[in-house]
Design a protein. Structure first.
Length: 67
């Protein structure tokens, strides 16, 4: 029986959403540790990053989004 973990992002789905929204910069967070292996075989678009644990990202007020 295969169990799907629902509390982590699916990279392919996230990249599809990023492509549709076309932001200047996107950060993929709350990913499984398997992302490291995935990144060995796959490249992210230039405007997409995977921040490291504890990394702080400064955004301007102009870029603020309420979710």
């Amino acid at each position: 029986m295969r169990v799907t973990v629902r509390n982590h992002n699916d990279v392919t789905r996230a990249l599809h959403i990023v492509a549709r929204l076309a932001p200047r910069q996107a950060w993929l967070v709350h990913l499984s540790h398997e992302i490291d292996n995935w990144l060995l075989d796959n490249a992210l678009p230039e405007n997409v990053s995977v921040p490291f644990d504890g990394q702080q990202i400064a955004v301007g007020l102009r870029d603020a989004v309420t979710v």
